[in-house]
Design a protein. Structure first.
Length: 443
């Protein structure tokens, strides 16, 4: 690993101490990729998980404890902090670190409203003509209800109710019937199941088509698109059952062809970054557009202000370029000077989940078979909800437990490689989808 210019650079600059914030599969993938950088001498992860702890030093500070993280970064003279999850970003971790002269990667508090407030995000899209579903905003449940009933009758289809603020991925309800819509509005606005995140709701047209995720680095001026990917949100094969945090991903998503990609860059990503700039907000970091594609036309379902999970576990294994170079160029505003080179391979990530997930799930089950899979050029197992005992044994410790990522010369080969690796792993009541990547074969 490591190109010639990088190795030269290594001789002339001091190597970095890096802190990764978060504890999921996405953060394990980041740690794995960062550890390949010749520009880095030491990596910490706060709080990390069982698998990350096998690779780097985990620090017992929660990802939302901004003050604790800042103190740690100052004490250890951390050169670069990289934030995985949205909550610390929305709470302003970037602003706090920058005030303390600490280098940190991600959008600041104002820019993070793009994910932290769906009302902010939808109003921005409307103002700058970024294609998205038709919507209305409500601050009062009675008005929302009197709007939704005729709407459902008129459309004879579904309608989508969304809490304005962060709701751990649970704030969106696709409603087919009047009862479902009323239930969603009352539980979000009156019963306040997501607290203040439900003070306002969006009621939005239900879009049909195929979902894809487009992630890009941006320094507020330049944009470097990452390869397209597709998540699998439902728990069961064939996109059945309740929504989850994501049961697997593949990259590239064939529906995003060479014609579509420049349209997405120009009409969605660039318009958003430039719209934000006109509002006085410079966006630096990863911008993630969740899109619905129908008849070759993309519309935005949501923006996230961070790497996707599990998309990252299918994207990073395909990237040749040193991620630290991309991150530093983003922070320093010279992303135009770095190329993002890709391996000419596809990647599939299959998530292994605990029995009961996404409802109440079991924890503390011994995971067998991990040692039989040696991380290789083609396979890497990313840990999400795991815990390492002093004996070295790894136990399940969350809903989504592992993400098995595999490269292949095409999606078919990557699928075969991923499921072959999965066959070595087991824990009591382990569950996973058997159809990750199948949609790409159809496309
Ligand atoms: P969001 O947090 O807004 O992305 O929504 C989470 C998920 O809800 C998306 O990934 C979609 O599967 C679904 N969703 C959100 N908005 C819509 C919409 N307008 N039409 C159809 N599905 C949607
Ligand atoms: N894969 C969905 C997300 O990261 O929000």
């Amino acid at each position: 690993m490591g190109s010639k210019p990088l190795n030269e650079a290594r001789k002339t600059i001091s190597l970095m101490k890096v802190l990764v914030v978060g504890q999921g599969g996405r953060e394990h993938a980041l740690v794995w990729k960062i550890s390949q950088s010749p520009l880095v001498k030491k990596i910490y992860c706060a709080p990390g998980n069982g698998g990350i702890g096998k690779q780097v030093e985990c620090i017992n500070i929660k990802s939302e404890d901004i003050e604790g993280l800042k103190k740690f970064a100052l004490k250890e003279k951390i050169d670069l902090t990289i934030v995985g999850p949205e909550t610390p970003l929305v709470k302003g971790i970037i602003d706090e670190f920058e005030k303390a002269n600490l280098k940190i990667f991600g959008p600041n508090k104002k820019a993070s409203q793009l994910e932290g407030s769906k009302v902010f995000s939808k109003n921005l899209m409307k103002k700058y003509e970024i294609p998205t579903a038709e919507f209305e905003v409500f601050e009062n449940s009675k008005k929302a209800i009197s709007y939704v009933i005729p709407c459902l009758e008129r459309k004879k289809g579904s309608i989508v109710v969304k809490a304005d603020g962060l709701a751990a991925g649970k704030g969106v309800v696709v409603c087919k019937t009047e009862d479902e819509a009323l239930d969603a509005i009352v539980s979000i606005m009156d019963d306040k199941i997501f607290g203040d995140a439900g003070k306002k709701v969006i009621i939005e047209e239900c879009l049909e088509g195929e979902e894809v995720s487009i992630l890009a680095f941006t320094d507020g001026e330049h944009i470097k698109l990452l390869p397209s990917s597709q998540d699998h949100k439902r728990i069961y094969d064939g996109d059945k059952g309740p929504n989850t945090g994501g049961m697997g991903a593949y990259s590239p998503a064939p529906i995003v062809n060479e014609n579509l990609l420049p349209i997405i860059e120009k009409n969605i990503i660039r318009r958003t970054i430039e719209g934000l700039k006109k509002e006085g907000i410079v966006y630096k970091g990863i911008i993630y557009a969740g899109l619905m594609i129908k008849d070759g036309k993309p519309k935005v379902l949501e923006f996230n202000v961070r790497f996707g999970d599990p998309e990252t576990q299918a994207i990073l294994p395909r990237i040749e370029t040193d991620i630290i170079q991309l991150i530093m160029a983003t922070i320093d505003g010279n992303l135009n000077n770095v190329d993002c080179n890709l391996k000419n391979e596809s990647c599939v990530c299959v998530v292994l989940a605990s029995g009961g997930y996404p409802g109440n799930y079991q924890k503390g089950k011994v995971i067998n078979g991990l040692d039989e899979i040696k991380d290789s050029e083609n396979i890497v197992v990313f840990h999400a909800g795991t815990k390492k005992l002093e004996s070295g044994e790894i136990l399940t410790d969350g809903g989504r437990v592992l993400g098995v990522s595999a490269l292949g010369k095409n999606i078919k080969e990557a699928i075969d490689n991923a499921y072959e690796a999965v066959s070595y792993i087991n824990f009591e009541n382990m569950s996973y989808r058997k159809d990750i990547g199948k949609k790409a074969l159809k496309d």
